[in-house]
Design a protein around this ligand. Structure first.
Ligand code: ASP
Ligand code: MG
Length: 315
């Protein structure tokens, strides 16, 4: 149902926000985040690839999001929810790849108030051929330490403006098992664990029901995945998701059938997998959430020029 929209009011609000000191400084921080994270990955032998915007195949996600699609010459393309399949397939060309990838996830309007959701956002999305989960976690720790350290140095004026005492974490980051924190705190574990910590914390070994079919199941521990999330401290919530991936056609098919998503939606990915895809691991970092965390802002939309808050019209 479409709401009554007061266009002049909506534009007034954005017109003012765009000239505010908060956005001015947050955009400088974000620009440095893009520069230094890219710099770090180049130093580690990655190459940057361009994002995919539309494709017949995209991330099924575990939670409901509306279908955003385009029809063209009788074919249906979806707007990218995440580049998971394309980054796996891109490993046929290069062994270590990353992209700054726009994602469209038509979240339900009840997520408008979380301060963490937007229906358009960007991920720093990377994948490494033949990597194990532990290797990719080490890379993630180094990436965060480098990025936060560099931004702290280069954006001292901005952090001063935000009155933000940004801690650069030390390795190794703490780890908790999904099973334990879910068992202890239930659905709200992410907020609670994030609030309890003063440095980032890994949540590892999600259960199959909690994640998409592409994360790899432990061969000797059915029902659990070789994957992880990283949570920011101080209640800022999720920083990244990732893991090792299923790569044999047999396992991919088995996992698709378990999660009951429609096989037809993944025909192209299955065709590629049948020809052989290498094992890999990777993760995706939400860039607006990272900027929000560094600046210590109350809500993710405070750190975005044109924020797409679920259910709301915006520029
Ligand atoms: N597919 C994950 C996401 O977009 C990221 C990843 O697993 O690399 O949430
Ligand atoms: Mg996630």
């Amino acid at each position: 149902m479409s709401q009554e929209i007061n266009i002049p009011e909506l534009v007034d609000e954005r017109y003012q926000k765009l000239q505010s000191d908060v956005l001015y400084h947050a955009m400088i921080v974000q620009s440095e985040v893009l520069r230094v994270s890219g710099e770090f990955l180049h130093q580690r032998g990655f190459i940057q690839i361009m994002p995919v915007i539309i494709s017949p195949v995209t991330d099924p996600l575990r939670h409901f999001t509306g279908r955003a699609q385009v029809e063209y010459y009788g074919q249906v393309y979806q707007l990218t929810k995440s580049m998971i399949f394309h980054k796996r397939i891109a490993l046929l060309a290069h062994e270590r790849i990353f992209a700054f990838s726009p994602n469209i996830r038509l979240e339900s309007a009840d997520r408008a108030g979380t301060g963490r959701h937007l229906f358009e956002f960007s991920q720093l999305d990377l994948e490494v051929k033949g990597a194990s989960r532990d290797e990719i976690m080490d890379l993630g720790e180094d990436l965060f330490i480098y990025t936060l350290g560099q931004v702290k140095e280069r954006c001292a004026g901005q952090l001063g403006f935000f009155n933000r005492d940004l801690r650069v974490p030390a390795r190794p980051f703490a780890r908790v098992a999904y099973k334990d924190v879910f068992g202890q705190y239930g659905e709200d574990f992410e907020n609670i664990v994030s609030q309890q910590h003063a440095e980032p914390v890994w949540v590892v070994d999600m259960c199959v029901e909690a994640r998409e079919f592409y994360d790899r199941e432990y061969p000797d521990r059915p029902g659990f995945l070789v994957d992880m999330d990283l949570l920011y401290p101080e209640g800022f919530g999720e920083a990244l998701s990732g893991g090792e991936r299923e790569y044999t056609l047999e396992n991919i098919l088995r996992r698709i059938k378990m999660t009951k998503v429609d096989l037809d939606n993944f025909k192209l990915y299955l065709e590629v997998s049948a020809r052989g895809l290498p094992p890999s691991a990777g993760f995706g970092v939400g860039l607006e959430r990272l900027t929000r965390f560094i600046c210590g802002l109350p809500r993710v939309e405070d750190a975005v020029l044109f924020p797409k808050v679920p259910g709301k019209l915006s520029l």
